[in-house]
Design a protein around this ligand. Structure first.
Ligand SMILES: [Zn+2]
Length: 395
């Protein structure tokens, strides 16, 4: 989301109307706030959002704008309520004077931007667009600054996929038992040293805690110490995961991972540490960062990723203590985790090409009948499939 602010030049008559609406919005705000307060005094809880929205019908404002006032009153009241519950001191939301009510909100509809800005019910207002808007306009705020100048503020959803195309390579990631992750290109990402240190410290304070007598003062102290170190560990871990995920989606256009599976968990029981929480957090971070970076995260079925030869596809058993994959069929000798990471990548590649193909067929079916537009769409899809394929071959 991005905001654009443009100066508006309403006519005299429009400005009178707009000020009148600000005044209405102000009284509506105060009325709803007063009602919420009284309701709370009487019943011990706040009126629901629906109840507030029912109250605002036919207030004289544009319908969306008045619903938005109710929405904001509700949110600010609820927010204060939550803060107080947490034990924080904070004042009740303010009643507003006209000086404090500066904006009219249009959450979805009621406006159209062309060479002028058309807004219900004010009509066409002249606007100075000093730059072009890129993306889809979501909301409009009409704002009167203290100077008396009017502005239109648009929030715009930017289309990352189109605006930024990630041209990096593709990578498979095996989240491991020994290292944190091993990449299909052989790079090993180990847990950072400060994290290891913190984890050792945690183990130490936990041992100490277990030696303290139950109910004693020392035990309470030790407990607090454990909680503090625990927090440091989780901060250090999340810091590491943020950095790693960011790096991966910036460098690579496709990042392939295994789905979290019961097999994974049973492997975990066997010995070392990847914990589910860490894994999930990492997968989440990758996904939302990928969207911003214009790259893709693909999850694959983890079946046989460690047992398959990444060179000839034959399958053999791989006991956990075996660190090197030696293929009995083709003789490939490779680090166990790198082999797995390569298989993950290969699975993702076939998955991607398949889904492109499916989307393509669906699209052709859906648009059958409009032959002309159809042809050009087909071409673009096919070319992008080719692009993907060559990229994968490049690996
Ligand atoms: Zn082989």
């Amino acid at each position: 989301m991005r905001a654009y602010k443009f100066r508006l030049y309403p006519s005299k008559q429009q400005e009178v109307e707009m000020l009148k609406h600000l005044w209405l919005a102000k009284s509506l705000w105060n009325e709803l706030l007063g009602h919420s307060k009284k309701f709370y005094d009487d019943f011990g809880f706040f009126p629901s959002k629906d109840a507030l929205q029912l109250m605002v019908k036919d207030y004289g404002l544009y319908s969306q704008a008045q619903q938005e006032v109710a929405h904001r009153v509700y949110n600010s009241v609820v927010r204060i309520f939550r803060l107080r519950k947490k034990g924080l001191k904070c004042g009740f939301p303010r009643f507003k004077s006209l000086d404090r009510m500066k904006s009219l909100y249009y959450p979805q509809f009621g406006f159209r931007l062309e060479s002028e800005l058309e807004v219900t019910p004010f009509g066409r207002i002249s606007i100075r667009k000093h730059r072009e808007i890129e993306g889809r306009i979501k909301t409009l705020v009409l704002k009167r600054e203290s100077s008396g100048k009017w502005f239109a503020i648009f929030t715009v959803e930017e289309n990352y996929r189109n605006s930024r195309k990630n041209v990096g390579g593709v990578v498979g990631v095996d989240l491991g038992l020994k290292a944190f992750a091993v990449l299909s290109n052989g790079v090993e990402v180990s847990n950072p040293r400060h994290l290891k240190k913190r984890e050792e410290e945690l183990a130490l304070v936990q041992r100490r805690l277990s030696r303290r007598k139950k109910g004693s003062k020392n035990r309470r102290k030790a407990k607090l110490r454990v909680a503090r170190v625990h927090e440091k560990v989780s901060n250090a871990r999340s810091d590491f995961l943020h950095k790693l995920s960011k790096q991966l989606v910036c460098v690579y256009s496709v990042v392939a991972l295994e789905k979290l599976s019961s097999k994974r968990m049973s492997e975990q029981n066997f010995g070392k540490q990847i914990n589910d929480a860490g894994w999930n957090a990492f997968a989440n971070m990758l996904c939302y960062k990928a969207e911003e970076a214009g790259s893709k995260v693909v999850f694959v079925n983890p079946e046989n990723t460690t047992k398959t030869c990444s060179n000839c596809n034959s399958i053999q058993s791989m006991p956990l203590q075996e660190r090197t994959y030696k293929c009995r069929a083709c003789g490939l000798t490779i680090n166990r985790d790198v082999n797995a990471a390569r298989n993950i990548l290969a699975k993702a590649a076939s998955q991607l090409v398949c889904s492109e193909f499916e989307q393509n067929t669906v699209r052709i079916k859906a648009t059958a009948g409009t032959a002309e537009s159809n042809a050009s769409r087909e071409e673009t899809t096919v070319s992008s499939m080719k692009e993907d394929a060559t990229r994968f071959i490049g690996w």
